[in-house]
Design a protein around this ligand. Structure first.
Ligand code: AMP
Length: 286
């Protein structure tokens, strides 16, 4: 049986959508400052969510059960890429992986003349060394200032890695809601790196032992080993991580949360979820 709606009821979703765009979308168009955008979102969140439930137009971006501006730090092979992607998929946040941005920059320059900054990136990555702060920061800020990050929020995966990078974020007016530190022992990280394989088409990351790829010949043919996933490079990466982590975590001490990254991906994901939800609750109570 078809329900007859009163004409006013039919017009309401349209009016609501219009109001939502005034309250929610317009402010993010006129500001390039994520901190300001975040403030706008938190002010308008509760009424929007209630209205969205009523009208059935809930986009993921209004789900504010977790904070929307997240930094994840962890050593090499701590599982941060996997966990960040899970969070991004679940909550509609933009996943910005500093390592992926660099790999994309390198692969998109292949076949043409190599710009000096691309050679620098390639050499540093292969040796397991950090890319110079100014180069890295420029790449990240460009990405953070794009409209999707302003509107949906972001997860920064692998940046900042040094105190100077953390300071640059602050100088650019970007203040995260939470800093998550993923802890994994060095010996476990080395084991993880040795079996790591990436699908060159989808970017999906497998581990030959802990998370084996499906038995599909096409996928098997596409699997590659990252050029920096060698034991030598790993030792340098772990050393750099240990040298920098204390100063970065201290910089974010007021918003820092630690998660044990050594269990299975789904267990780690559950802990991260619980941690983030707890933080959001505390923030709402304050
Ligand atoms: P990841 O994919 O996060 O393991 O990063 C791979 C490599 O990219 C690192 O070993 C560094 O050479 C480089 N890299 C990624 N993020 C940064 C960063 N924030 N600062 C400097 N170098 C970075």
């Amino acid at each position: 049986m078809k329900t007859q709606l009163h004409p006013t009821s039919r017009a309401l979703p349209l009016i609501h959508a219009l109001l939502l765009s005034l309250v929610f979308v317009l402010p993010s168009l006129v500001t390039c400052n994520p901190a300001a955008a975040a403030a706008t979102k938190s002010q308008s969140f509760l009424p929007s969510q209630n209205k969205a439930k009523i009208w059935g137009i809930v986009p993921k971006l209004i789900d504010s059960s977790i904070p929307k501006h997240i930094i994840v730090m962890g050593g090499p092979a701590s599982g941060k890429g996997t966990q960040c992607q899970k969070l991004a998929d679940k909550y509609g946040l933009v996943h910005i992986s500093s390592g992926d941005l660099l790999r994309q920059a390198v692969s998109s320059s292949e076949g043409g003349p190599t710009a000096p900054h691309i050679s620098t990136i390639k050499q540093c990555m292969e040796a397991g060394k950090l890319i110079p702060d100014n180069l890295m920061t420029r790449l990240i800020l460009d990405r953070l200032r794009s409209r999707d990050c302003q509107e949906r929020g972001y997860i920064l995966d692998g940046y900042p890695r040094t105190l100077a990078q953390a300071q640059s974020l602050q100088d650019a007016g970007i203040s995260p809601d939470v800093f998550l530190l993923l802890n994994v022992r060095d010996e476990d990280a080395i084991k993880r790196v040795i079996g790591r394989r990436t699908d060159s088409k989808t970017g999906h990351v497998y581990h030959l032992e802990y998370n084996p790829p499906p038995n599909d010949t096409e996928i098997m043919k596409r699997l590659i080993i990252r050029s920096d996933d060698t034991v030598d490079s790993m030792k340098v990466r772990l050393k750099q991580f240990r040298a920098n982590v204390a100063s970065v975590e201290n910089w974010y001490r007021e918003i820092k949360r630690e998660v044990d990254g050594s269990s299975s991906p789904s267990e780690v994901s559950r802990d991260i979820d619980a941690t983030l939800k707890q933080m959001r609750k505390r923030k709402q109570r304050v």
